[in-house]
Design a protein around this ligand. Structure first.
Ligand code: HEM
Length: 413
């Protein structure tokens, strides 16, 4: 098969400035006519942008593999282009092997486990808002550091380092590859935080506590103790999954609610609307915009001739705006129900942290709306993530609001 037979070919690159300027518009331009199409960018890849095409591919792991492989370079297999990153378990493992790994993670992210984390999450949200509430002005992106500190603490790493984790995990996906921020993340922050993880793994082998690293080092896999390398692979993925995604969701939501103050008031007046509203914000903003697979065998998929080794981008964000699945997909309807969005993915790799992500988002939005609900954002000074191909969001959200009282006692000293 020649290159020209890979059709239809579209002009599309989810990592381009053109795409970052308007991701939803960029997907819409290809989705309506070509829900599966070939892009020549990054050495060539298929872009799946329709609800049906994304759904079908993500449920067919035998053809659309998540496993780490040599196609398209070295690095994390589920992004295009691949990013230099330690092997991640279980997102880079296919069934049947996948199942034994996911079984280790499910108990620590199930609803009952998240309930046990509620006090900790609430404490951190309260603390972050306490830090700025008396001033009457802040960068709301700082308040949205909550997912980073919660994930780091839960895993058993030093919460004092939360900013370094937030920066590294955001920039590896959201900065332009090769830019200063990207280099700072890859060359400085990741070596630092990775060293902390290795130290913690070695320590918990000897001094187990009740944190997640202690849980993992005590697990067995295939009847033998889990290795340090395997623990690192899981923990590093939990950090990657936990730190940036919920921050992206909440940062997009607070800006949107300022721009739609009638909806903000509705949520302040009736907080019971928040659960459905969060599902709609997940659909509308799709914090993880798109992830990748690799074709395992020559196949014809929705009329497209795919070849073994082809890379494929599955756009959760575009599936979430498909008019064949959602009425008025470009409008936010906070009471939309049913809402079968794809923001957490589909199939066996569906997000392991969805319960925690939802709970952190709800607690942050509840407290922001209750304690600083009249916030005004300086829209001219907003700073977006430089690169919106994988995570969209705001890294600077200058805001003012009526000052209020702290809730937690001021720390001594
Ligand atoms: C709004 C918040 C979140 C969003 C939008 C999100 C999105 C996603 C998506 C789309 C996937 C599918 C990956 C694939 O199919 O290749 C995924 C997987 C995953 N997520 Fe999340 N995520 C969120 C929060 C979290 C949190 C808080 C954690 C952990 C603390 C987490 C941990 C994971 C893990 C471990 C996987 C891999 C699951 C597997 O391969 O079986 N996520 N997430």
């Amino acid at each position: 098969m020649t290159e020209t037979q890979r059709c239809p070919v579209v002009h599309f690159d989810h990592n381009s400035d053109e795409h970052s300027a308007d991701p939803a518009g960029s997907y819409k331009r290809i989705r309506d006519e070509h829900p599966a199409a070939w892009s020549e960018a990054h050495g060539g890849y298929w872009v799946l942008s329709g609800y049906r095409t994304v759904f079908d591919a993500s449920r067919d792991d035998a053809t659309f593999s998540s496993a780490r492989n040599e196609h398209g370079g070295e690095g994390l297999s589920v992004v295009i282009p691949k990013t230099p990153m330690h092997f991640h378990i279980p997102i880079e493992v296919d069934p049947p092997d996948f199942r034994k790994w996911r079984k280790l993670i499910n108990p620590i992210t199930a609803p009952a486990a998240v309930e046990r984390m509620e006090t900790m999450v609430r404490h951190y949200v309260t603390w972050f808002i306490d830090e700025i509430i008396e001033k009457g002005s802040c960068d709301m992106a700082e308040v949205i550091g909550v997912p980073s500190i919660v994930t780091v603490d839960w895993i058993g790493l030093d919460p004092a380092d939360w900013k370094r984790y937030a920066f590294a995990h955001r920039m590896v996906l959201a900065a332009v590859p090769g830019s200063d921020d990207w280099k700072q993340a890859i060359e400085v922050e990741f070596p630092y935080i990775n060293a902390r993880t290795w130290e913690a793994i070695a320590d918990r082998r000897i001094n187990p506590t009740d944190d997640m690293i202690s849980y993992f080092v005590q697990q067995e896999i295939d009847g033998r103790p889990i290795t340090d390398d395997e623990v690192f692979s899981i923990v590093d993925l939990l950090l990657a999954g936990g730190v940036a995604t919920t921050a992206s969701l909440v940062s997009n939501t607070v800006v949107w609610l300022y721009q739609h103050q009638d909806v903000r008031q509705q949520l302040i007046d009736d907080p019971s609307l928040l659960d459905k509203a969060i599902e709609e914000f997940l659909r509308f903003f799709s914090p993880t915009q798109a992830l990748a697979r690799t074709v395992t065998q020559d196949t014809e998929f929705h009329g497209c001739p795919m070849r073994e080794g082809d890379r494929v981008l599955l756009s959760w964000a575009s599936a979430n705006r498909d008019p064949e699945q959602f009425e008025d997909p470009d409008d936010v309807n906070i009471e939309r129900w049913p809402n079968r969005h794809t923001a957490f993915g589909i199939g066996v790799h569906r997000c392991a942290g969805s319960n925690l992500g939802r709970f952190m988002a709800k607690e942050m939005l509840s407290q922001i709306l209750t304690r600083m609900g009249d916030y005004v954002i300086d829209l001219d000074s907003l700073q977006a993530y430089p690169h919106q191909g994988t995570n969209t969001g705001w890294q600077r959200i200058p805001a003012t609001y009526t000052p209020g009282p702290r809730i937690l006692p001021v720390p001594a000293g």
